[in-house]
Write a protein that binds this ligand. Sequence first.
Ligand code: GDP
Ligand code: IMO
Ligand code: MG
Length: 425
Amino acid sequence: MANVVVVGAQWGDEGKGKVVDYLAKDADIIARYQGGDNAGHTVVVGEQKYVLHLIPSGILHPDKKCVIGNGVVLSPKTLFQEIDHLRQRGIHIEDNLAISDRTHLIMPYHLLMESTDEDNRGAKRIGTTKRGIGPAYVDKVGRSGIRVGDLLNLEVFEEKLDFNLNAKARILGKSKEWIESAKTEILEEYRGYAARISPFVKDTSLMLNEAMKAGKSILFESAQGTLLDVDLGTYPYGTSSNPTAGGVCAGLGIGPTAIDRVIGVTKAYVTRVGEGPFPTELPPEMNEEIRQKGEEFGATTGRPRQCGWFDAVAARYAVRVNGFTGIAVTKLDILDETDSLKICVEYKYDGKRLTEFPGQIDVLENCEPIYESMDGWLADTSKATRYEDLPKNARKYIERISQLMETKVEFVAVGPERDRIVRVS
Ligand code: GDP
Ligand code: IMO
Ligand code: MG
């Protein structure tokens, strides 16, 4: 297989875990390039359900290698919880996982900074996953972050920790005693992580580039989604990294010429968790119906996801900023009992029609969706094993999405389990 990027085309939770798990069989290495344990990627294998936060979804394939790239922000606490949990369930980790020495660490004070920041925003809070993601990226860009490689030299780690605790104490109005006790606690906790993490630490850019030279294939796994991208998403209501395909290169230390295909993952409808505008949001009753059918509750925080009609304006934008070569549509089965479906084809803003996704949040907040309607299929799609098995109206719906996105739909998922996915020939 070629080197393929899998990117969320919406606001996250599109079913990337499932699509990565499906495509992983044809790859040698699966690599995460951004985000952290704000992600929750679900893979269902038979009766077993796995939710991965930090480790790439490819880890469930014992013959594949997984990489946590330099663009990720890593909570060592979550990492070892995840490793222990997976090991208990019989998943082989050891030599199957490599972590970049350049990956930034999430520190306990990042969680504190985040809760203060959210409180300061009041009604305009972001509604984060409370994992310290934003503040960890702030420190990275501010050039004061502490990286995985620093854990390999505890003197360096301690020096950077001192600097950061003093800086944070000034911002948070904390005392000298707070600095001292935080330092003692963190040093003890992170010393333990240092000992455990060292076997996994590698120059992963070198590893990936050497693998490509040897003819191996890489699957790049995004967390979050296009509309949460810090540059291209619904700023400021998004995350602090670049899930879009362009993030792969900086997040893993590979060149753009290494990428062969970019698969956008989109639900057959849309969901969103956290704050911020959501033009196609369903009215409460229907919202609840889809939420229950689709089990739309956050895989990381358990928060209810808001549900909406498929938004082709946002989807076309995702195609443009990622350069998708193909689409995977997930959760088609959730619409099996919906008799009439809507697709948003344009927005109306200030009395005018908008065909392109706006860059300003105040514009998006005031956009009204313009819908076209389609008849539902009112039949069970979950047993389909070939595209042709899908009811005619379901195929029409997929084909309309494909037409509006001006991109080929390559896969349609019809259930959470590993084998519930059909290839569109
Ligand atoms: P991710 O973050 O993009 O990996 O997505 P999540 O795992 O957070 O959320 C997707 C949810 O939908 C998970 O519970 C999946 O098991 C489930 N899922 C994925 N594809 C399908 C599908 O085609 N049909 C159904 N019914 N569930 C799906
Ligand atoms: P996966 O990888 C859905 C959302 C949060 C919040 C915003 C910022 O499972 O698709 P953050 O903690 O990143 O600073 O929160 O982004 N968010 C997600 N929403 N799926 C995710 O990940 C998300 N990761 C972050 O709800 O609105
Ligand atoms: Mg998720």
